[in-house]
Design a protein around this ligand. Structure first.
Ligand code: SF4
Ligand code: SF4
Ligand code: FES
Length: 442
């Protein structure tokens, strides 16, 4: 069906929420409490719009589209409504934006700049609430900055069903909090930081480390398990040194992770900042070793399809038996996002028919004169050639540092056989990419 929003014709489907139609068409619609993966709650009233034929403004998060609907988002009347709502939200707000970690990605700050900019009418002192409260699980709460949208509460009650958060008190004393001695403690707890539209919930890991406007982002995929949750890698070049990754953020993908990540995956960015600092071997030394008869290679099931293919071509050319083994961890998976297969592309390994039989690998390993490890987490105590993207390697081996996935683009196949592309950050890696290194060897 067709509807009109601010005199522009938009196509949509029957049964869709007006706010979703606007968000999906990049039409600006201020909102605090609505979230595409948490649904509507109707408590903030920020999403008010005018609809032709309706006497009063309506909330877009509770309006279903219908044929020939005419919507206005920018009228004087609507702007006044939004100003009044913002004034109410900011009555007791500390307005401490210059020292707030959310500055630059705070919806309250953005909407104030768009609609607010008024002198406060308040003549009584502001209501003070709790500051820097440690909620547990890497999350800090500032109750004075909260707009009581309940997104965080709905996440813990409807999604993780762990019920740690609630609203305590009434009127202007209402505040988000936890029960005494019941910290926020579930493996997905840090999602509340991203869900919070303002600076009330911040990450202990990220707060005060970087201003967000200094960060660049790459559209990537978490490599923590075979779910393949979509992420943004937020990074920048640290003055006088090299690129540093500061956080992973979720990137919405309705088919896989919606807007969520597990805390383990979210914090796994730290491994990408650990660089190999040992001695790099000479490719000529490896060329000499390739002359022996019995050669075995083990390749990481977290490499992209493109990397796996180039390893496969290299091993076929040099008559090296190629294997890959999964990263199984029975204690990791759960009934939501986390899976027991801790590699990012085991399905890709299977698609390329790389041998994954443990027994055959062990047999070949015992008899081998040369073993090449392409970034697999296993393997010790043999004269090895290591291609590594981490720092944990034995210096007695021949070692070739390779770029980690933040510097790579490529394709992964997740546990549900969904094929996904990821992109590289724009800074050039200090070490070569695996495919380039293998080209030098061929
Ligand atoms: S802490 Fe943030 S997410 Fe939770 S109710 Fe307050 S503003 Fe909303
Ligand atoms: S569930 Fe797996 S892929 Fe998703 S964030 Fe966690 S570790 Fe990463
Ligand atoms: S977003 Fe519609 S009422 Fe809050």
């Amino acid at each position: 069906m067709k509807i009109m929003i601010d005199e522009t014709q938009i196509e949509c489907k029957e049964g869709e929420l007006l706010i979703d139609v606007m968000l999906n068409n990049n039409i600006s619609i201020p909102h605090f409490c609505y979230h595409q993966d948490l649904g509507a709650d109707g408590n903030c009233r920020m999403c008010m719009v005018e609809i032709k034929g309706e006497k009063r403004p309506q909330v877009a998060c509770d309006t279903l589209v219908k044929e020939n609907l005419e919507v206005f988002t920018k009228s004087k009347n609507i702007n006044n409504v939004k100003r009044s709502i913002l004034e109410l939200e900011l009555l007791s707000h500390p307005v401490d934006c210059p020292i707030c970690d959310q500055a630059g990605e705070c919806k309250l700050q953005d909407y104030y700049m768009d609609y607010g900019l008024y002198e406060s009418h308040l003549t009584t002192p502001k209501t003070h609430k709790g500051k820097h409260i440690d909620l547990g699980s890497h999350v800090m709460l500032d109750q004075e900055r909260c707009v009581l949208c309940t997104r965080c509460i709905r996440f813990t009650s409807n999604i993780t069903k762990t019920h740690e958060l609630g609203i305590i008190g009434r009127g202007d004393n209402a505040k988000v909090g936890i029960a005494p001695n019941k910290p926020l403690s579930n493996p997905y707890a840090m999602n509340v930081v991203e869900l919070c539209p303002v600076g009330a919930l911040t990450s202990k890991d990220f707060r005060f480390k970087q201003r967000v406007w200094f960060l660049d982002s790459a559209k990537s995929i978490c490599h923590g398990c075979s779910r393949g949750c979509n992420i943004f890698i937020d990074y920048n070049e640290t003055k006088y040194t090299t690129e540093k990754i500061h956080r992973f953020r979720s990137r919405r993908n309705n088919e896989i992770n919606q807007s969520f990540l597990c805390d383990y995956g979210r914090l796994s960015y730290k491994e990408l900042n650990e660089k190999y600092e040992g001695k790099i071997s000479d490719v000529q030394d490896l060329k000499k070793l390739l002359k022996v008869e019995k050669k075995v290679a083990l390749v990481s099931p977290s490499l992209s399809l493109e990397q796996l293919k180039s390893v496969q071509n290299f091993t076929q050319k040099h008559k090296i038996a190629l294997f890959s083994l999964p990263y199984l961890d029975e204690n990791f998976g759960d009934d939501w996002l986390k899976t027991n297969e801790r590699s990012a592309n085991f399905k890709g390994v299977q698609e390329l028919f790389i041998n994954t039989l443990q027994k055959e690998f062990e047999e070949a390993f015992k008899n081998a004169e040369l073993i090449i490890n392409f970034d697999h987490q296993l393997l010790k105590n043999k004269p090895l050639v290591q291609f590594t993207s981490t720092q944990n390697v034995n210096q007695e081996n021949l070692v070739f540092a390779i770029a980690n996935f933040a510097h790579e683009s490529g394709t992964l196949i997740n546990c549900d056989e969904i094929r996904q592309r990821f992109e590289a950050s724009k800074y050039k890696s200090q070490v070569p990419r695996l495919v380039e290194l293998l080209e030098q060897l061929s």
